[in-house]
Design a protein around this ligand. Sequence first.
Ligand code: IMP
Ligand code: MG
Length: 180
Amino acid sequence: MNPKHHVEPLITEEEIQTKITELAKQIAQDYAGRELVIIGVLHGGAVLLSDLGRALWRVGMKRVYKDYIGISSYGSSLESSGEAIVTKELKNPVENRDVLIVEDIVDTGRSMTATIAMIKKKMPASIATMALLSKPSRREVEVKLDYVGFEIPNKFVVGYDLDYEELYRTMPDIGVVVFE
Ligand code: IMP
Ligand code: MG
């Protein structure tokens, strides 16, 4: 079970919301006059998707559809297994629609790469990617991120739906796990 550890603050609730509003403004500009399907990658990312959806609404982008795809590549360990399986399919078809894949964090890049490949098969008009957090120093596969919230160092972070052994998803801000 959870070895002895504590969590140190990294990004506050307010900083997260400010960044999401900034990204929403950029997205609203980039997709002006168009509809968009925002797709959250479960598990984790659900909180981000609902915050992003509402931020888009506030900045005037209201023709937005929200869906989820379930991808599992981590199990309950800190290291990626490199294998991805679909644990939940999209609810609605995305053929000929503009799609934005929304990830809480891009680490090795494997989950995002697998997600892009799965969505591509559904023949959308376009695919863009967003990650609230990115750890560039951990990248194992190159992946193009169109919208990035924060680049962070190689630390294990929790909160805002990111978990350590399923804990801390409900923490509203983001912190670093420090083992004692
Ligand atoms: P990747 O495939 O290695 O890019 O990993 C992406 C997934 O791993 C994320 O969607 C998270 O679920 C998980 N992950 C990666 N880094 C962290 C972290 O620092 N904290 C919590 N989960 C993480
Ligand atoms: Mg994720």
